[in-house]
Design a protein. Structure first.
Length: 261
């Protein structure tokens, strides 16, 4: 099968307007009336053939499916009841569907870019969690109990650097106002993982962080970004994955700084 994109010098993400511009440019170069070389006529026939396919949205859609290895749908012949009158709804719905797919195809490269960024970011998060931790000494300035009903079993530790950590009440009892603690934080994003009371040597994990009760977020982003980056079939599926990965990147940036809520 001929690669019409290659003939017109385009990539597979090219939209209809790009196809038209490429055809006009090549037609001026190889039209027999302008170019008298022996091979000009055959080249002009090929670029015209490519334009007839890629310049038509429906034929372009079917051709792209063939490039992706999807078998064309064979129309089923049937006899329509003469009493049945086809309404405009079905035609309008199919037309909108094609327009939506064409729009997704135009912006698919950006969706794939977000999937690749999400993959890179998830790998950075994994590296941050895996690297040796840093230790930071802090003073507990205040300990307050959450009064809301859903936070009845939790307390907050206000630290010297302005950080506020949420702990359950049993763990919070191991610390007093004025206590000096050692905070174990990650190397890249300084996410608190463990806090240690220097006087009693008591240690506790920090439950509210992207590496604790929000750990599902980077794990989901790793899976969706891998699929969005390396799965090459289905324009709509890959486009939607790109949107999902963009949202996961945003949420990850937010949860990186949430250790209290």
């Amino acid at each position: 099968m001929k690669n019409y994109y290659l003939i017109l010098g385009l990539n597979t993400f090219a939209h209809v307007q790009e196809v038209k511009r490429a055809y006009r440019k090549l037609a001026l170069l190889y039209h027999p009336d302008r170019n008298g070389t022996p091979e000009a006529a055959s080249v002009f026939i090929e670029i015209t053939e490519a334009y007839e396919v890629l310049g038509d949205p429906q034929r372009k859609f079917e051709y792209d499916r063939l490039l992706q290895g999807v078998e064309p749908v064979t129309p089923v012949e049937y006899r329509r009841d003469p009493r049945f009158k086809r309404g405009p709804v079905a035609r309008e719905s199919a037309s909108k569907r094609r327009e939506a797919l064409e729009l997704m195809r135009q912006y698919l490269k950006y969706a794939v870019m977000f999937s690749r960024l999400a993959l890179l970011f998830s790998m950075v998060l994994i590296a941050d969690y895996s690297m040796p931790v840093k230790k930071q000494r802090e003073e507990v300035l205040d300990i307050s109990r959450r009064n809301e009903a859903r936070y009845a079993q939790s307390s907050q530790l206000a630290l010297e650097d302005g950080e506020v950590l949420t702990l359950n009440q049993e763990t919070a009892r191991q610390f007093q106002r004025g206590s000096i603690i050692t905070l174990h934080i990650t190397s890249l994003f300084s996410v608190p993982l463990i806090l240690e009371n220097e006087r009693t040597q008591f240690k506790s994990k920090v439950p509210v962080s992207i590496y604790a009760n929000f750990v599902f977020l980077p794990l989901i982003m790793l899976i969706t970004s891998l699929i969005g980056t390396f799965w090459w079939k289905g324009v709509e599926f890959r486009f939607n994955l790109g949107i999902v990965n963009a949202l996961l990147i945003l949420l990850s940036f937010i949860f990186l700084r949430i250790h209290s809520f």
